[in-house]
Design a protein around this ligand. Structure first.
Ligand code: WT7
Length: 660
């Protein structure tokens, strides 16, 4: 019978399977609510207990939260620990030394495994190697590597000696890399001779050389190079060395550097709405605690699990859920060098089958592209693989549309596996809103409810909490252990960007809009409220792309907006005004293609505009402000119904509209 469209569609819930609930860390909604209540009743006591029970402290903390100088909060500040000790040595002492820590599958399918003992030894050797180069506590080390065991070793080795790593995604260009190296004041760079992805080689070390050559104010003294292919690459005597040669000379034991809980563990650059990328600084103790707790709660991690998070270590997801969280909980992780579509689009399913993956965590954009691929070519459909090892699925990076959710649920999870749609950010260090898989009834398209301990609200522009059912600004009401501590080298930017005065200065503003379901209180993220785009789950500042476009010799002015995209969630549409006359036909195509290459080279391929439209001008207010909301409407091909009375040059709208 056809549903009456006037009736409110009833919400369909997907409940956790009984077997799952039985062994779950949080078995049922009562258990979830009890944890939430515990946090409400005694906030500091809640975190204190978790931190004492789940983190190994060299020196126990006596203070839980220091909130005397908001928004510069400190957690467990007089405690001492070492994150790498918590991720490695702990398991050697627990009889898990021979357990596989990492299963690595290379682009060409070659598999390499390391046990916790072997990983520990490699980390110690590299840690000693870095020390021998003079790298020490508090020094910044940029890691520019592809997915590899060695990349995790590099991160852990930094943590072991108290050096602060800053991983730069291997897809970033020399200028972007150089900017980050300079901003972090890095003393060393760890890289690889080559990166191999989808059968293609990318010369990482050469890009590092180029990045340094672009910046004569950099402070890099050493480059350590992982030998991925052994291809001949230029070496600078006295500055560059091979990682294997450096490690061979070292002892296999390295006493960890005990650091304060607040000691920075890493900086990770993330795009802002304005200006240069921001270095999100994370603290050792709080970050580790939340990485561990979310592994237990959101992923329900068990000793027998094979955990596969497909995110690159260049993003926060690869930090929390590849390099740290799973290792701190003694799991076996699968690490993949390649791309989901090479040599065929069944690669993910093949790998789940081959390695008996039990928890699979990926991005909606990957799911959507694989849905498309399998509908176009049945040979790569998941039905051809044995996926029975799976027990839990996860999604991250952007809202997952209900169609993709249902496909994932049915075709990959076979209706047996809960899906955790995890909302969080580089700045939050770990999950903020996500279902607890043995408790929360799932609704496709909703990330459901906050993690226990996190107090999240939807507020209006003045910081007033809004009733359920009303869309507004997503905020976190109280400081939490894994929160960003500051923007590296820029306290002021941290304060004004994340703790806006308009909201009263005491609420953390995520930068997303959200709405809560009137019945369930479930959260749905409605998208960024600032000028940050989300392309394939990666945040990109419109300003960043605009300034690169404007720096092209032919370009006079450029404006960039996001546009919904079936595959990547959002895609970039650029409106470009050239210095010369308006290009037409073939000439326009050529210039557009040049501009795409330019952005790709200056930032990264992710930032490449999908659509470029040329015009003689941009829609501007009389005071000269670009009216982006109109550009958004044009990019979407919609009718302009908004007020354009403040527009200086209304005729330009028609020209831009016809420019496709
Ligand atoms: C932004 C953060 C979290 C690691 C990957 C991205 C969006 C992230 C979800 C989700 C809806 C999501 C938000 C957020 N986002 N996860 N499950 N549902 N939106 O980290 O680059 O710091 O980007 O990604 O807009 O603010 P990031």
């Amino acid at each position: 019978m056809a549903a009456n469209p006037a009736e409110k569609k009833e919400t369909v819930f997907y409940y956790p399977p009984v077997d799952f609930v039985k062994n779950a860390a949080i078995p049922g909604m009562d258990a979830y609510r009890a944890l939430c209540r515990a946090a409400e009743e005694n906030y500091e006591g809640f975190w204190e207990e978790l931190a004492r029970e789940n983190v190994l402290w060299h020196k126990p903390f006596t203070k839980v939260l220091n909130d005397t100088n908001p928004p510069f909060y400190k957690w467990f500040e007089d405690g001492e620990l070492n994150v790498s000790w918590n991720c490695l040595d702990k398991h050697l002492a627990n009889g898990n030394a021979e357990k596989d820590a990492i299963i690595f599958e290379a682009d060409d399918g070659t598999v390499t495994k390391v046990t916790y003992r072997q990983l520990h030894e490699r980390v110690c050797r590299l840690a000693n190697g870095l020390k021998s180069l003079g790298v020490g506590k508090g020094d910044r080390v940029v890691i520019y590597m592809a997915m590899s065991i060695e990349a995790v070793v590099a991160m852990q080795a930094c943590a072991r000696i108290g050096a602060i790593h800053s991983v730069v995604f291997g897809g970033f260009s020399a200028p972007s890399l150089g900017e980050r190296i300079v901003n972090a004041g890095a003393v060393a760079v760890i890289t690889a001779d080559m990166q191999i992805r989808g059968g293609r080689r990318l010369p990482l070390k050469a890009i590092v050389d180029e990045a340094l050559a672009l910046n004569d104010n950099h402070t890099v003294k050493n480059i350590v190079v992982y030998r991925r292919t052994g291809d001949g690459i230029p070496f600078t005597e006295g500055r560059d060395c091979w990682m294997d040669e450096l490690m061979a000379r070292q002892s296999a034991e390295c006493e960890p550097e005990w650091v304060d809980a607040e000691h920075p563990l890493f900086i990770l650059y993330t795009s802002g709405s304005t200006g240069n990328p921001k270095g999100a600084q994370h603290a050792s103790g709080g970050f580790l605690l939340w990485a561990i707790m979310t592994m237990r709660w959101t992923f329900d991690i068990k000793p027998s699990d094979v955990f596969w998070c497909t995110a690159d270590i260049g993003w926060i997801t690869g930090h929390t859920y590849n390099a740290y969280g799973p290792l701190a909980t003694g799991a076996t992780i699968l690490l993949f060098e390649g791309v989901p579509t090479y040599p065929h689009a069944g690669r993910f399913w093949e790998m789940i089958d081959k390695h008996k993956v039990s928890i699979f965590y990926t991005a909606p954009t990957a799911i959507r592209s694989l849905i498309k691929a399998s509908s176009e070519d049945n040979r790569v459909a998941p039905e051809h693989y044995d996926l029975s090892s799976l027990r839990l699925l996860g999604s991250v990076g952007e809202p997952i549309n209900p169609e993709a959710w249902l496909w994932f649920y049915r075709h990959i999870g076979k209706e047996r596996c809960p899906i955790v749609d995890t909302f969080w950010q580089t700045e939050t260090g770990g999950h903020v809103i996500a279902p607890m898989p043995g408790a929360t009834p799932l609704v496709p398209g909703s990330c459901t409810l906050p993690l226990p301990g996190l107090s999240v609200s939807v507020v209006d522009e003045t910081g007033q909490e809004l009733p359920w059912g009303q869309g507004g600004i997503l905020v976190i009401n109280r400081p939490w252990p894994s929160m960003i501590r500051t923007v590296w080298g820029n306290d002021e930017r941290y304060k004004t960007h994340y703790w806006p005065e308009e909201l009263g200065g005491r609420l953390y503003q995520a930068g997303d809009g959200a709405i809560r379901d009137p019945q369930t209180g479930y959260f749905t993220i409605t998208g960024r409220i600032d000028d940050v785009l989300n392309v394939s789950g990666h945040a990109l500042g419109t300003m960043e792309v605009e300034s690169v476009l404007s720096a092209h010799p032919m370009v006079a002015e450029a404006a960039v907006v996001g546009k919904p995209d079936d595959l990547t969630g959002e895609s970039i549409c650029a409106f470009v005004i050239l210095k010369n006359e308006l290009p037409k036909g073939e000439a326009a195509k050529h210039i557009a293609s040049d501009l795409r290459k330019w952005v790709s080279r200056e930032i990264s391929p992710i930032a490449r505009p999908k659509e470029i439209r040329f015009g003689e001008n941009l829609p501007k207010t009389r005071s000269g402000k670009i009216m982006r909301r109109l550009l958004r409407v044009i990019a979407r091909g919609e009718e302009i119904t908004q007020d354009i009375s403040t527009l200086e040059n209304p005729a330009i709208l028609e020209q831009l509209r016809q420019s496709l």
